[in-house]
Write a protein of this length. Structure first.
Lengths: 114, 114
């Protein structure tokens, strides 16, 4: 079974600074999708960014970008110019191409300090 | 608002009670999921329905019983639960085709078993 590991239970960043959240995963597949989700205190999981394994170019969405290292099975999220509203739980997820399941990591709680 | 609605938002039940969680989506998706979210643990995928057919049961105890009467509705029937079943239960939906499609989540039901 595929596993997704987030080794940082908690992270903090100063407002306007940059922070990187780590994620590693395990798979024997060659094509798959990876996602980062944000879960604010409202509990609603919201998609932040997605990456297709076939694409070598790292995905970018405004202040959010990823560092995708396929060989290392690493998928980190970089948040630039951090804002107070970025404070939330962040989950890394892997989409299984065989059965369409989405597997999640344990999450990283991000605190943004004013 | 993601288009996925879960009710109730909070539920307290005794170990001998029978209750049901409801999930509804009007996004035209054909896959629906139940996840269990416990503190400091990865989201646990419980059940997957593709086109109303259950395609995955992740070794979930029989005291949890899913039902998917149509592609827009998903239920989780609960009976004789244990205190360790207390958690946030999240419902999600997505398109089956196209791995790049993300899962859309409801706000969850916070379940407390007493």
């Amino acid at each position: 079974a595929q596993t997704v590991t987030q080794s940082q239970p908690e992270m903090s960043v100063q407002e306007a600074e940059t922070v990187t959240l780590s994620c590693t995963y395990d798979t024997s597949e060659s094509d798959y999708y990876l996602f980062w989700y944000k879960q604010p205190p409202s509990r609603q999981m919201i998609l932040v960014i997605r990456q297709e394994a076939y694409k070598q170019q790292n995905a970018t969405e405004n202040r959010f970008s990823v560092n995708f290292q396929k060989a290392a099975k690493s998928f980190s999220l970089k948040i630039s110019d951090s804002q107070l509203g970025d404070a939330a739980m962040y989950f890394c997820a892997y989409r299984d191409p065989i059965n369409n399941d989405m597997r999640f990591g344990a999450g990283t709680r991000l605190t943004v300090k004013p | 608002e993601t288009g996925v609605t879960q009710t109730p938002r909070h539920l307290v039940m005794g170990m001998t009670n029978k209750k049901s969680l409801k999930c509804e989506q009007h996004l035209g998706h054909n896959a629906m999921y139940w996840y269990k979210q416990s503190a400091k643990k990865p989201l646990e995928l419980m059940f997957v329905y593709n086109f109303k057919e259950q395609t995955e049961n992740n070794s979930v105890p029989s005291r949890f019983s899913p039902e998917c009467p149509n592609s827009s509705h998903l239920f989780l029937h609960l009976h004789t639960l244990q205190p360790e079943d207390s958690a946030l239960y999240l419902c999600a939906s997505s398109q089956v085709t196209g791995m790049n499609t993300e899962a859309f989540f409801g706000q969850g039901t916070r379940l407390t078993v007493v």
